[in-house]
Write a protein that binds this ligand. Sequence first.
Ligand code: ADP
Ligand code: MG
Length: 228
Amino acid sequence: MPGPAGDGGAASAGRDDAHKGADVPRDADAVLDAEFFLRWMDALARAVDREAARLTELDAAIGDADHGANMRRGFAAVTAALGKDAPDTPGAVLMLTGRRLISTVGGASGPLYGTLLRRAGKALGDEAAVSRAQLAEALRAGTAAVARLGGAKAGDKTMLDALEPAAAALEESFAAARQAAEDGAAATVPMLARKGRASYLGERSIGHRDPGAASSALLIGTLEETAR
Ligand code: ADP
Ligand code: MG
């Protein structure tokens, strides 16, 4: 076992040793600054662009075939806004993103995602950098605001079915959050839609993945990618 002598990091050696063998996730102390959030939103905009046809196809089955177009329009506006005048705190990045989504997306998903990100951004305050635990707490607050706005709860076959478990799992790790979002989106397939356009279909909504849950899996998937 190498001793602390000569490793040039004597100040932190004790702490590293204390963590050795302990069940501490590698990203436990991640410090997420504005630059991280800008990279996340950029990765998300590119994922939405890449997956727009699939999101629209999902919405064609149980909605009005515009979810991909809605998300693409919204995130193109977000990319333009963040590129023009990049905010310098995590909270401000999320709040600007949310505002742009609300003003550019006509469908239900615009105000819902806008509320999620504005509320999460507000929860992060004006700190220059935040921890993963703080982001998890902020996403919980944002998810609760989405539930209040849309009157939906877990099991209603909406974006909440991916967002709620992901926000909870983010307490553990980025990877757990991604897995929870993907599992949550997959779990919407056998559900009966109780909110949004898909609810008009009643029983015929069963057997299809909810488009908003699919886009929420992109939101959380790109978060995990950005943190790698
Ligand atoms: P629209 O339904 O207006 O065409 P989109 O197609 O862009 O809007 O988004 C549809 C998605 O929005 C759904 O798949 C669902 O996840 C989400 N959604 C719709 N209504 C609600 C609601 N009341 N609460 C939570 N999410 C909802
Ligand atoms: Mg739609």
